[in-house]
Design a protein around this ligand. Structure first.
Ligand SMILES: Cc1cc2nc3c(=O)[nH]c(=O)nc-3n(C[C@H](O)[C@H](O)[C@H](O)COP(=O)(O)OP(=O)(O)OC[C@H]3O[C@@H](n4cnc5c(N)ncnc54)[C@H](O)[C@@H]3O)c2cc1C
Length: 525
C-alpha cells in the first residue's frame, strides 16, 4: 500500500532493506539524546516512537534542573547516614553528577532554561539543621570547581526570608532558618528532546515518530528484526534490522521487552509513579519566587515560578492502570490545593485558581519490597545480555537533568559491544531557533509566527496541533491560548498538511477535548 505523504515524513518502506547499527525504541529525552550521541559517534541509528518526539513522560515532567543540593537531604534525619553510610555515599555521588550536569546544561541550553529562586524552610527539630545544609552547599560548590553557580544563601535572622513567598511558610515559631538557591526550569523539555532528535537526523540518523515497534526477534546471525507499523495503523508493516537494540521506552520498557520472541523470564524493570502539577495565578508580589518543602505525608512539594504564574506539585501515587488512562483527576488537584495551603497558610489557593494541569508517569526502577520503586540511583542501565537477551539494553528512571551524561554512558556501553560504521561527526549542539522570516505573529505577546508553524510541519516532523502548539513552539504551555489563535494555527497547519475544512474542524475539536481532559484547560475566547 502506498503511504500518504504527510509533511516531511518518509515512507515506512524506506526502512525495510537497511541494516542499522542501532535501533532505539522510544524518542523521549533519553532516546533522542542517545540517538544524537550515537550519531555523533559514527553509528547508523534508527530512532522510532509510537507517539511524537518527547511527547510522553518527558512532556509531563516537573521540569526542574536541580543543582544537586536536594539530593543530599536524608529521608528523615541525617543520623540515618550513620546507620547506612552507603546511602550517604550514593547520595553524594548523585549530587556530584547532578551538580556537574547542572553546570553543563547551564552552559549548553541557556535559552531553554529559566532561573528559579527557590526557598526552603529549615525547622528546629526537623531532619537536618542549617549548618548541615551549609555543609551540603559547600560540597556542591566544590563539585562545581568552587563556583556558587546556584547562588546558595542561608537566612539565619528570625523572620528573614529571600522573598515574599517564603514569608508565608507555616509554623514560623519553629522556623530555624530559610535557605535559598537558584534551580533552573527546563522551559518545556520536549523541545529539548526534539532538538536532539533533529540534531541526530542532521548527522545521518533516521528518525520517525508515530511508528510503533511490535514484535522483536533476534536472528541466528545476531541481527535484530523489529516489526514496525504506522500510528494510526494503516495496514503497512515492515521489518527493520539492527545489530543492537536500545529499549528507551520509558514506562513501556517492560512491555517492549515482552515483545521479544523467545525471551525467558525477564525481571520487571520499572514501576509507574504518577505525578500531577497544577498551574495557578498568585498575587503579583510573589512573581518569580519559588518554595520547596514537604507535604503532610513527608513527600516533596514545590510552588515554583512559571512566567507570571506558579506551578504546584507533584503528587506521587503508584499507577497500575494503562498509561493511556493517565490524566490529572479531581482527587489529585484537591490534594495539591490542600497541601500548598498547609505549606503556605494564607496563600489562599483554591481549585478555581487553577488555569492548567498535567499528569505524568515516572519510570522508576523496580525493586523488591519497594512498591513505588527505588528512587536512587537515577538512570539505571540494564544490559539484558545478563538475562539472555544479547544485544539489547534498557534504561530505568532516566531523568531529564542527566540526559546528556546518560547518553554518553549508553554510548560507552554500546561502544564496548559494537564499533561504529562511520567516522564520528563534529557538531554544535545548540538549541534550535526558527529561521527569521517576515510573518505575522500567531498571538500577540508570544514570539511564534505563522511561518514557524509551517516550519514545524515541513522541517520538524510535526503532525498535529499538540505537536505544534505544545511540543515545538510551547505556546499552549503559557495557559493563555485563545480560541481565535487555535483556529488560526489549525488553518496554517492544515494548509501545510493538506487538511480539508472538515478535517481542520475535527482537529480543532479534538484539541479542545485534549486540553479539557489532559490539562483541565478551558479555552479562552
Ligand atoms: C511528574 C513528574 C515530575 C518529574 N520531574 C522531573 C524533574 O523535575 N526533573 C527531571 O530531570 N526529571 C523529572 N521527571 C522525570 C523525567 O520526566 C522522566 O524520567 C523522563 O522524561 C523519562 O524520559 P524517557 O525518555 O525515559 O521516557 P519518555 O519520555 O516516556 O519516552 C519514552 C517513549 O517511548 C515511546 N514508546 C513506548 N513504547 C513504544 C513502542 N512500542 N514503539 C515505539 N515507541 C514506543 C513512547 O511513546 C515515549 O515517547 C519527572 C517525571 C514526572 C512524571
Amino acid at each position: 500500500m502506498q503511504e500518504k505523504d504527510e509533511g516531511m515524513r518518509k515512507p515506512l518502506s524506506d526502512l525495510s532493506s537497511r541494516l542499522f547499527d542501532i535501533l532505539i525504541i522510544g524518542a523521549g529525552i533519553n532516546g533522542c539524546a542517545t540517538a544524537r550521541q550515537l550519531a555523533a559517534d559514527g553509528y547508523d541509528v534508527l530512532l522510532v516512537d509510537k507517539g511524537d518526539f518527547g511527547g510522553r513522560s518527558t512532556a509531563r515532567s516537573g521540569r526542574v534542573l536541580h543543582c544537586g543540593l536536594q539530593l543530599l537531604a536524608p529521608r528523615s534525619s541525617v543520623w540515618e547516614y550513620l546507620r547506612r553510610p552507603e546511602e550517604l555515599i550514593e547520595r553524594i555521588g548523585m549530587a556530584r553528577r547532578t551538580a556537574l550536569d547542572y553546570a553543563e546544561l547551564l552552559g549548553a541550553l541557556g535559552p531553554r532554561l529559566r532561573p528559579m529562586h527557590v526557598a526552603v524552610p529549615i525547622y528546629r527539630g526537623g531532619g537536618y539543621s542549617g549548618w548541615q545544609v551549609d555543609l551540603g552547599a559547600w560540597l556542591i560548590r566544590c563539585f562545581c570547581g568552587g563556583r556558587n553557580a546556584f547562588c546558595y544563601r542561608r537566612w539565619k535572622r528570625p523572620g528573614g526570608a529571600p522573598h515574599a513567598l517564603a514569608e508565608m511558610f507555616a509554623n514560623r515559631e519553629a522556623l530555624g532558618s530559610v535557605v535559598s538557591f537558584v534551580d533552573q526550569r527546563f522551559e518545556w523539555p520536549e523541545r529539548i528532546a526534539i532538538d536532539a532528535a533533529l540534531d541526530a537526523e542532521e548527522m545521518g540518523a533516521f528518525i520517525r515518530n508515530y511508528t510503533n515497534v511490535g514484535s522483536l526477534v533476534r536472528r541466528a546471525d545476531n541481527v535484530w528484526q523489529a516489526e514496525l507499523t504506522n500510528v494510526p495503523d494503516d495496514g503497512q508493516k515492515i521489518t527493520a534490522q539492527a545489530r543492537l537494540v536500545l529499549d528507551l521506552a520509558g514506562v513501556w520498557v517492560d512491555e517492549v521487552i515482552g515483545r521479544v520472541g523467545g525471551a525467558g523470564t525477564i525481571e520487571k524493570k520499572i514501576v509507574c509513579v504518577k505525578g500531577v502539577y497544577v498551574l495557578v495565578r498568585l498575587a503579583d508580589k510573589y512573581r518569580g519566587a519559588g518554595v520547596a518543602g514537604h507535604n503532610s505525608i513527608g513527600e516533596p512539594i514545590t510552588c515554583l515560578p512559571w512566567g507570571d504564574l506558579h506551578y504546584i506539585g507533584p503528587t506521587e501515587t503508584l499507577f497500575t492502570r494503562g498509561p493511556e488512562e493517565l490524566r490529572p483527576e479531581d482527587e489529585d488537584v484537591r490534594f495539591l490545593v490542600q497541601e500548598i495551603n498547609r505549606l503556605l497558610p494564607g496563600i489562599g489557593v483554591g481549585e478555581d485558581d487553577i488555569v492548567l494541569a498535567w499528569a505524568g508517569l515516572r519510570p522508576i526502577t523496580a525493586a523488591p519490597g519497594l512498591p513505588k520503586g527505588k528512587r536512587l540511583p537515577f538512570n539505571v542501565l540494564h544490559d539484558l545480555a545478563d538475562e539472555g537477551l544479547e544485544g539489547m539494553m534498557t534504561l530505568s528512571w532516566g531523568i531529564i537533568v542527566h540526559h546528556r551524561s546518560t547518553a554518553r554512558r549508553i554510548a560507552a556501553a554500546v561502544a564496548a559491544k559494537i564499533p561504529p560504521s562511520r567516522p564520528s561527526n563534529a557538531f554544535a549542539w545548540l538549541p534550535r531557533q526558527f529561521p527569521a522570516r517576515a510573518s505575522p505573529l500567531l498571538q500577540p505577546g508570544y514570539p511564534t509566527t505563522l511561518a514557524d508553524l509551517s516550519f514545524c510541519i515541513d522541517h520538524e516532523h510535526a503532525r498535529d496541533l499538540v505537536g505544534v502548539l505544545f511540543s515545538r513552539t510551547g505556546i499552549a504551555w503559557t495557559a493563555g491560548l485563545t480560541r481565535p489563535t487555535l483556529k488560526l494555527a489549525a488553518k496554517t497547519i492544515g494548509d501545510s498538511l493538506g487538511w480539508s475544512r472538515e478535517e481542520t474542524a475535527t482537529q480543532i475539536h479534538m484539541f479542545i477535548e485534549y486540553m479539557k481532559i489532559h490539562h483541565r484547560y478551558k479555552m479562552l475566547e
